[in-house]
Design a protein around this ligand. Sequence first.
Ligand SMILES: [Fe+2]
Length: 376
Amino acid sequence: MSAKGWIHLPRKEGMTSRQAHADLPAGSYEREIGRDGFFGPASHVYHAHPPTGWTSFEGPMRPRAFNAVAATHEGTGPFNATPLLSNAAMKLRIWSVDRPMRDLTRNADGDELLFVHQGAGDLFCDFGHMPFSEGDYILMPRGTMWRLEPSQRTVTLLIEATNSAFKLPERGILGPHAIFDPAALETPALDDAFKAQQGERETRVVVKRRDALSIITYPFNPLDAIGWKGEIAALKLNWRDIRPVMSHRYHLPPSVHATFVADRFVVCTFVPRPIESDPGALKVPFFHSNDDFDEVIFYHAGDFFSRDNIKPGMVTFHPSGFTHGPHPKAFAAGAQHVRSSTDEVAVMIDARDALDMSEAACVQEVTSYADSWKSP
Ligand SMILES: [Fe+2]
């Protein structure tokens, strides 16, 4: 597999716009057919009907939505939560904890990215102490020992980069300080709170390796660092520190919101931003067939401007294989430029390999989701 060698074939047939996502031929619906996420070759087809104007789906492939927070695993161990969506490269879990974790935990299968949907408290890990609150991403390098002491019930989304590591995306022509300044990444401190939790009490470390849990017991608390140095550490980034990229004249693809990348998937964050103001620019996401990726969005807060009836705590899952795009009401509101800004906060995962949806997610499924694009 190589990023090079694509057949470069820019051709035009019939009526098209001059610029993707702007000034579409009158009454047409633009669909982007793209490879390699939003980075590879693409074509735009101008349709007479909305590409989401289906009347039914039959068979196993369909747009799916489920109430993730209703599938939350409650307990002091994050890795007792069953994955809701998974493949060989990624696992998505949701977990809640309302009391201090008794044991330390460690994911030996890959880096773990926590996104705090609700709650606040303190994190203790190999690298020290770090307070956390709603809207934080906490990146736990593979093998880090950690535990949480929540000060209130805390619900987190857990994203495992199986056998891989989270990195920052290429920032290219945007420069190194978009979409957040790397200096905004916070790391734990060896502070008084960290020292206060040290001691000679027996401590268990629950290790997840090859998806099975093992326990290592120490006669002392192994979070006993007196110092550390280097380039690996737990990190924290709140969505409020993300400065989204946008163009007033052109709807940028979701990949510009890439926050962390792993080998076979990318994590993007949708945060509040102005809506395009150019009269001819699309004001909602363009219809697209992202044919190489399965797309997952976890809705954290706000009003989801391209979707109807999606509430915070829900997940939508669009496997590749069909075109998706804004719901009819959102599309109409966009065409009339009803809103000038979005207030949504969401975490998107684009996975290069097909994802499986578990039974735990299926029982919370909104089975009518595929019908939600039907015009009222
Ligand atoms: Fe999409």
